[in-house]
Design a protein around this ligand. Structure first.
Ligand SMILES: Cc1cc2nc3c(=O)[nH]c(=O)nc-3n(C[C@H](O)[C@H](O)[C@H](O)COP(=O)(O)OP(=O)(O)OC[C@H]3O[C@@H](n4cnc5c(N)ncnc54)[C@H](O)[C@@H]3O)c2cc1C
Length: 474
């Protein structure tokens, strides 16, 4: 029998994606008793891995990339002891159909000039493209008004970007980092991504990829919570919750029973929060939240997982230009202990590709892959999996900030997390981890047990110190 300490405050965290995991672990570390509730049979939500029955391999639902500037995601990884599993690289190779390569990456020059030498010699861009990009980057050194309602597309037209710069940089690198078309991206979000990935410092823009399948990163969370008096409840679908004012307690109703606690964090994607709303108390503010959620829209990401009988490239990863497939990840090289010749292709923000029938999508991906890596034509394809995530991310069109609620919910002792709540970041694991930490800190304040888990932004380096971002959380 375990003795229960009644002074310890309890929290139910609904949803075990990165947002819920980050909140749960921070609160457990601060001494709260945490019950983490997840409808699926595994942790990680949209950033997870599972055994794919078609290929009999454990694969990520899609390659997930983080960057040096993802301070809260790294804070969460450090808390659960997996930060060392992230493989970092500062190099990126752009490849044109036909195979010509343009290596990009930092030099010894101070930020924001560190990427300039390689950009200037990159054959993927002609002189007009390079001048266009230089003009746009220098304009973005000055902070963009966070309240701007201009779209990235309109701003790029105003700054007279060349076709090459539009197609090979803005539509590919930036639109896929934000997973939307350029006219559907609010300028302040694009400016943030440009500053963080390309201007603030070489480290902020370095790319991180997990050495192990994503769910393995969180494998220790269940024992992390258990050792601190908490628990994780998988395969537990939350259907509603009620607040008892007298007892100052929440009861969370699941398909398999009830859970009570002093506090609740709803760490759900917006569509799941929308489904739950009618089953939460009819508090003032619930309708406003419902109207905010209605304004959100999903964008798809597809990934094609290919196993060949031999290597088709020596690269770990690459950006693929001018075709529907955008990114290549050589998983046999990136992931520790992964044998075989496993290549993953990622197609971002392309509704047309997501709508293709399975066979047509795979055919197109293979044909395009061979244009970049001719060895793919000779290699035998042993097995293939196509994963279409039609609800991969939420969009960040102009004006979206007023539809992103803060961590404080309309209900007492209840807080909101999830990548879509107000974090200033687009739909990413970092936004999810930030939201989890913000919710945990707001809860700590309400419980009169303040905790500090939010990780500040990295400070800009070099010349960028002269142009601090107005919305930075240093
Ligand atoms: C294909 C794809 C590629 C991506 N690539 C990247 C990338 O490269 N880099 C990056 O940073 N981000 C990427 N993202 C985005 C990133 O995965 C998400 O922003 C982030 O994981 C969201 O985390 P979250 O915790 O907010 O939500 P989720 O991960 O959606 O977690 C919410 C959890 O709540 C659970 N849930 C829902 N309803 C209930 C209920 N009623 N009861 C109990 N549990 C419930 C869900 O099962 C889920 O586990 C990608 C996403 C996808 C899908």
């Amino acid at each position: 029998m375990t003795l229960q300490n009644n002074d310890v405050k309890s929290v139910t965290v609904v949803g075990a994606g990165v947002a819920g995991l980050a909140a749960a672990c921070a609160l457990a570390e601060a001494g709260f008793r945490v019950q983490l509730v997840e409808r699926r049979g595994y942790l990680g939500g949209r950033a997870s891995s599972y055994l794919h029955p078609g290929v009999n391999e454990v694969i990520d639902n899609c390659q997930h990339v983080l960057f040096g500037c993802c301070t809260n995601l790294m804070g969460f990884y450090r808390r659960v002891g997996v930060a060392e599993q992230i493989h970092w690289t500062s190099d990126m190779t752009m490849i044109e159909p036909g195979g010509r390569r343009s290596p990009l990456g930092p030099s010894w020059l101070p930020a924001p000039l560190h990427g300039l030498p390689k950009l200037l010699t990159a054959p993927a861009f002609n002189l007009a493209d390079k001048l266009s990009l230089a003009r746009a980057f220098s304009a973005l050194m000055r902070p963009v008004d966070a309240a701007s309602t201009e779209s990235l597309g309109a701003w790029l037209r105003r700054h007279k970007q060349s076709e090459g710069a539009l197609n090979r940089f803005w539509r590919l690198v930036i639109a896929s980092a934000l997973n939307a078309e350029i006219d559907q991206i609010a300028l302040p979000y694009a400016a943030k991504v440009i500053r963080e990935l390309f201007m603030n410092s070489a480290f902020a823009g370095s790319m991180g990829m997990s050495r192990v399948p994503l769910s393995q990163l969180y494998a220790g969370v269940t024992s992390f919570l258990g050792e601190r008096g908490g628990s994780a409840h998988l395969n537990t679908h939350v259907e509603g919750a009620a607040w008892d004012e007298g007892a100052a307690q929440w009861t969370v109703y699941t398909r398999t029973g009830e859970l009570t606690s002093d506090f609740v964090i709803l760490a759900l994607p917006f569509e799941a929060a929308q489904k739950l709303l009618p089953h939460l108390p009819a508090e003032q503010g619930r309708e406003k939240l419902a109207r905010q959620i209605e304004r959100h829209e999903h964008w798809p990401i597809c990934s094609v997982h290919l196993w060949f009988d031999r290597d088709i490239t020596d690269l770990e990863h690459a950006v693929l230009l001018d075709r529907e497939i955008h990114w290549m990840y050589n998983q046999s090289r990136l992931q520790t202990g992964r044998g075989g010749h496993y290549i993953e292709l990622v197609v971002s923000a392309t509704r047309a590709f997501a709508a293709l029938p399975r066979e047509a999508a795979i055919r197109q991906a293979l044909d395009e892959l061979a244009e970049f890596f001719p060895l793919a034509k000779e290699a035998k394809l042993e097995k293939v999996a196509l994963i279409k995530e039609v609800r991969a991310t939420f969009g960040v069109p102009p004006g979206i900030d007023s539809a992103r609620p803060t961590a404080v919910s309309p209900w007492p002792n209840c807080f909101l997390a999830g990548d879509w709540v107000q974090t200033g970041w687009p739909s990413t694991m970092e936004s999810a981890a930030r939201s989890g930490h913000l919710a945990a800190e707001a809860l700590g304040m309400e419980a009169e047990e303040p905790l500090k888990c939010f990780e500040p932004d990295l400070k800009p380096q070099g010349l960028m110190r002269l142009f601090p971002s107005p919305d930075a959380w240093y």
